[in-house]
Design a protein. Structure first.
Length: 214
């Protein structure tokens, strides 16, 4: 491959069709789709969805971050729910599917890099309690541990929580939360989540956490 193209493509852990087209056109290629097809056949490009690819440099072997992929497969979105709770060390079981929140409709993708799911969240709750974390190939957006727990409690269907006791049972038995990890929680995020959502569940979560947080 043209070295100029290779150097330019290395800058993108994920790359869309329009960007590839611009790079190839700038280097004199006319039959863009044929070139992209060839790059896919050679294992240089792996499709994630229509028009979005992972580029594999033949010279630099770096695993693409699943978290960065999750942020880019569907936007706006941030990683939350089970995956974020596991990432933050709040639940013991390893979570393979990367779970995210989005202001768009619920959606799921199955790719060669794994499964990615997106659950709708209201715009009023979207920006609360987000953190920017780093991977080798760049940054990604994830819910803070407090926001991830609120998101999970708020959106889980088929549960009835009307008391502190029922919330404790849900946290300990259903989610299998490591309760010792809750002592340093930032209660202001939970309080703000309740203020916006007006959710009885979040109110119960706040009351339980208030008894635990130091």
């Amino acid at each position: 491959m043209n070295k100029n193209i290779e150097r330019t493509l290395q800058k993108y852990p994920l790359i869309d069709y329009a960007t590839i087209k611009n790079i190839l056109c700038a280097n004199g290629y006319k039959y863009i789709n044929d070139k992209i097809k060839y790059m896919k056949q050679e294992g240089l490009l792996t499709p994630l969805k229509k028009g979005l690819y992972v580029y594999h440099s033949p010279y630099i072997k770096t695993l693409t971050s699943k978290e960065i992929i999750a942020n880019n497969l569907l936007g706006p979105s941030y990683i939350s729910y089970e995956y974020a709770l596991y990432y933050h060390g709040l639940i013991p079981e390893r979570v393979e599917e990367v779970t995210s929140a989005t202001t768009k409709r619920t959606k799921a993708y199955s790719t060669s890099y794994g499964d990615f799911s997106y659950k709708h969240i209201d715009k009023s709750l979207y920006a609360l309690g987000l953190v920017i974390l780093s991977a080798k190939q760049g940054n990604f957006m994830m819910a803070s541990v407090e926001k991830a727990l609120c998101d999970k409690v708020f959106t889980t269907r088929g549960i009835k929580i009307g008391s502190k006791k029922s919330m404790l049972i849900f946290l300990e038995e259903d989610l299998r939360i490591d309760m010792d990890e809750l002592v340093d929680f930032n209660l202001s995020i939970v309080a703000e989540y309740f203020k916006i959502s007006k959710s009885k569940r979040i109110e119960m979560l706040y009351k339980v956490l208030k008894d635990i947080v130091k």
